[in-house]
Design a binder for this molecule. Structure first.
Ligand SMILES: [Zn+2]
Length: 83
């Protein structure tokens, strides 16, 4: 007997990805890290001189990627991230 319900449609719906580009949020996070002796550095290039442009939150795997502007543009998201 089948107990699991197979959902139809795109599997992407279950991968809850959110891109945070709110400057206030980024600034607050950066200041919070700095207060703890850390800095907000891009997860992909580790370049401390690059400004952080957004945080990609993957709820399904409870991950958060801090990304600079250059790396953010490399990620294939639906629609243009920056115009
Ligand atoms: Zn980067």
């Amino acid at each position: 007997m089948l107990s699991e319900t197979t959902k139809g449609g795109a599997s992407w719906d279950s991968i809850d990805i959110e891109l945070m580009t709110d400057r206030t949020v980024l600034k607050n996070l950066s200041e919070l890290l700095r207060a703890n002796g850390g800095i907000l550095v891009c997860h992909l290039c580790d370049d401390v001189s690059e400004l952080i442009a957004g945080i990609l939150v993957i709820r399904a795997s409870k991950e958060a990627w801090v990304l600079c502007g250059q790396c953010l543009r490399k990620i294939p998201l639906q629609g243009p991230v920056a115009s």
